[in-house]
Design a protein around this ligand. Structure first.
Ligand code: C2E
Ligand code: CA
Ligand code: CA
Length: 760
């Protein structure tokens, strides 16, 4: 145990004890001086005793001086040890144990006990014991001087002083002691009160429904409450001492986490949401406050994390969102989702106009009758079956919603930038939907419950969306509604466009495509060939041009059906058919022996087929056609789409001996940079320039420019649509070895007529 002194070298010591030092100092001074003074009355004066008492008094003075300097402990030491030395000297002179001075020792021991603490007092006790032993031993040997005759006054003064000092010291010490006991009691009461307060707070924290975590400044967990244990599934022993970040903050993005740490480093509180993972792996959403815990001196010692479970609230919010945005019967999104989607599409359109979308409103025909006849439960089942069937027809981005009772809305995404094409696609979709609904819809609760089936027809209203940057979702709904109304009015079971003209065009194109698909298989295509001649009027070859012998409409020109075919994969089959026919003709001796060339038009989609080159190679091999007599006509548009791929294919074919012609030259981009890199042998001047060339100066100049480009690149030139002698004159003046193609020299004729004529 440490030796506790009630005095310290500095100013911190007990004031009562300090007083004791002071009083003792005075007492020693007074007693020493008074006794010395009284001893002067002895006769003869014993100077030794006088001096010793005076020295004792001076010890008191020295102590007082140190008190003045606030060196309390030193003053106490000087007092105790100084007085002890002089008293011992006086005692030795006064006969040792027989002298009157022994009274001093108990007083000194008491003073030392209070002022200097246990260790010093033990020393003092030991010294005093030793001294007494020495006195007894010396006395027994008669070595000590005999007790001198008493000076009664001095003795009385000495006794009074000693007794008074003892009393004062005891009372002062008692006061100090009692004061301390009182303080200790107050402190104990205070501590007990605080303890109660703390227990109360701890219980609050413990039982709080908010999960509470207290960490040290390094983030190591020191405390978690019951709510934390219950919510996360971690036992206390698993988390105490671990980093808190291992159990929370998992839902924070790195930037958020950095923000949290920064806020805490500034000594501020952070509040936010976190997705934290329970021990069983389930994610819970918590609203979290992290706050610093400060000590009374303002220093931050810990952080507390208070977390509120939000999963329930989140689930409720999601449920509310679901109820607000989804139809409970079919689980399809509802009208408000439709509006939301249309709004989003409009915003996208405003940023960058791209492909058009279509909004379809579909209403079941005679649903009310069905409902009345078979009951509303069957009605509900029918609606669910329709929802299912419709959703099977949707593309990934498309949206199907239930707008009202038996009305569904469909948004078809990104149909085409071209309104006509977009309209056609929407109509194709509507047709497919009508067919899908016409198939029996199962209404039984179990699959295959054949008795419970229904067949349906529906009316569909269609509009394209958005029509301009200020087209609103509600406008589109209105348009589709009007169209739907029209379809219903027309007797139902049909689709109607809001844009009526578009409806008709789309329907025509739609039927055309359907018929054409049939035509290719049904041998309704015909190959026509138009002659090409040189300046002397000699045949150089011909261009293969396709016709469609329609069973009802007669001969259909390609301008009508080629664009439709080009929008679908039909062009591939059609183009292959033409190529096969052309090669068959080329292979005929009448053709090949005269080295007549055959030009065949190529479409972009057809040329883009990966199998195009190998197929053509195989075709040439099987027909035996001479590849060097085949010219493929391509347009700039075809080349531009995927320039590198197109050029690679062209080079491959050129290597086989084929030639390429650039068709309709002058109408497209006519970029010389492209021209330079394309492996072409022929330019075909478009009919539009040829027609006006002799009469219109601009067209004339353009033809001249084309001719100079052609001669620069060393290309053969074919003039298309030559109908008059003037045109020929104009052209031959500028380009003597021009090739002509036009009604002036011959119209496209069925290939059979050609073959016949050549055979003659
Ligand atoms: P094109 O390649 O520019 O073909 C020339 C067109 O001009 C042909 O129309 C031809 O009959 C017409 N024409 C020729 N000389 C004259 C003339 O003196 N006066 C007038 N007014 N017209 C003349 P056609 O046969 O109706 O073909 C139209 C377009 O259809 C062709 O334009 C071509 O782009 C396309 N086409 C025709 N057959 C095929 C084919 O087999 N495959 C592909 N991909 N496209 C074809
Ligand atoms: Ca052509
Ligand atoms: Ca042409």
């Amino acid at each position: 145990m440490a030796d506790v002194s009630l005095l310290s070298a500095s100013d911190q010591s007990d004031p009562t004890i300090r007083k004791l030092v002071q009083v003792t100092g005075w007492a020693v001074t007074l007693i020493g001086c008074l006794v010395a003074l009284l001893l002067l009355r002895d006769d003869p004066v014993q100077w030794g005793r006088v001096v010793l008492n005076l020295c004792a008094g001076l010890v008191g003075v020295a102590a007082l001086a140190l008190v003045h300097l606030r060196r309390w402990l030193l003053a106490a030491h000087v007092l105790v040890w100084g007085v002890w030395v002089f008293v011992s000297l006086v005692a030795a002179g006064n006969g040792g144990v027989k002298g009157p001075n022994l009274l001093n020792y108990p007083v000194l021991i008491v003073l030392s006990g209070w002022l200097l603490g246990g260790r010093a007092t033990m020393c003092l006790l030991a010294l005093t014991g030793g001294l007494f032993g020495f006195f007894l031993w010396a006395d027994a040997r008669g070595a000590l001087p005999v007790t001198p005759a008493n000076n009664h006054y001095a003795y009385a003064a000495y006794l009074a002083g000693i007794v008074g000092l003892t009393a004062t010291a005891t009372l002062l010490s008692r006061r100090s002691y009692l004061g301390r006991v009182g303080e200790a009691q107050d402190m104990a009461a205070d501590l007990a009160a605080r303890d109660t307060e703390l227990r109360k707070l701890l219980r609050v924290v413990e039982q709080s429904p908010e999960s509470t975590v207290i960490t040290d400044l390094q983030g190591r967990i020191e405390f978690v409450n019951d709510a934390f244990v219950a919510r996360t599934g971690y036992a206390r022993s698993e988390v105490i001492g671990q980093l808190s970040s291992a159990f929370s903050g998992n839902g924070l993005a790195p930037a958020q986490l950095a923000g949290l740490q920064e806020t805490l480093a500034r000594g501020e509180s952070w509040a936010g949401e976190q997705a934290n993972v329970r021990k069983d792996g389930v994610t819970i959403w918590e609203s979290v406050v992290v706050a610093p815990i400060r000590q009374p001196d303002g220093r931050i010692s810990h952080h507390v994390e208070l977390k509120q479970d939000m999963s329930e609230r989140k689930r409720a919010a999601e449920e509310i969102h679901r109820l607000a945005h989804f139809d409970p019967l079919t689980s399809l999104p509802n009208r408000s989702m439709l509006i939301e989607r249309l709004t989003g599409l409009q915003a996208r359109h405003q940023r960058a106009p791209d492909a058009l979308n279509a909004l379809l409103l579909l209403d079941l025909d005679r649903f009310t009758t069905f409902n009345d006849a078979r009951g509303s439960e069957m009605g509900d089942r029918l609606l669910c079956a329709v929802a299912l069937r419709l959703s099977e027809r949707l593309g990934g981005q498309d949206l199907l919603v239930r707008v009202a009772a038996d009305e569904f809305g469909i948004v078809l995404h990104g149909l085409s930038a071209d309104a006509a094409a977009a309209g056609r696609r929407a109509l194709v979709f509507a047709e497919q939907v009508a067919q899908a609904l016409a198939q029996p819809l199962p209404l039984g609760l179990q699959a295959g419950d054949a008795a419970e089936e229904a067949q349906l027809q529906a009316s569909i209203g269609i509009t394209l969306y958005p029509q301009g940057v200020d087209d609103l979702p509600l406008n589109a709904m209105g348009r589709a509604g009007t169209a739907l109304h029209r379809a219903k009015h027309g007797g139902g079971a049909r689709a109607a466009f809001f844009e009526q003209g578009m409806g008709e065009v789309a329907a025509q194109r739609f039927h055309l495509e359907r018929d054409l698909r049939h035509a290719i298989g049904a041998q309704e295509l015909r190959l026509y060939v138009q002659p090409q001649v040189d300046g002397r009027g000699e045949f150089t070859g011909g261009e293969a041009l396709v016709r469609w012998q329609h069973p009802r409409d007669g001969l259909v020109p390609p301008g009508v059906f080629i664009p439709v075919a080009e929008e679908s994969d039909l062009i591939v089959g059609l183009g292959d058919w033409v190529l096969a026919q052309a090669c068959a003709v080329l292979a005929m001796p009448a053709f090949s022996q005269r080295r007549l060339r055959m030009s065949v038009n190529l479409s972009a989609r057809q040329f883009r087929q990966a199998s195009f080159v190998p197929n053509l190679r195989a075709l040439l091999a099987t027909t035996g056609a001479d590849p060097t007599l085949l010219t493929l006509e391509v347009t700039e548009g075809l080349v531009i789409e995927d320039f590198d791929d197109a050029v690679a294919k062209m080079r491959e074919l050129v290597a086989m001996g084929l030639e390429f012609a650039l068709d309709d030259f002058g109408t497209g981009y006519s970029s010389l940079a492209y021209l330079k890199r394309l492996p072409i042998r022929e330019l075909k001047i478009d009919r539009s320039f040829v027609t006006e060339a002799p009469t219109n100066a601009d067209d004339g100049a353009l033809v001249e420019a084309i001719l100079s480009v052609a001669s620069h690149f060393g290309l053969r030139v074919v003039a298309e649509g030559v109908e008059t002698r003037e045109q020929v004159r104009f052209l031959e003046q500028r380009q003597p070895d021009m090739v002509y193609q036009g009604y002036l020299f011959g119209r496209p004729e069925p290939v059979a007529q050609w073959v016949e004529r050549l055979a003659l």
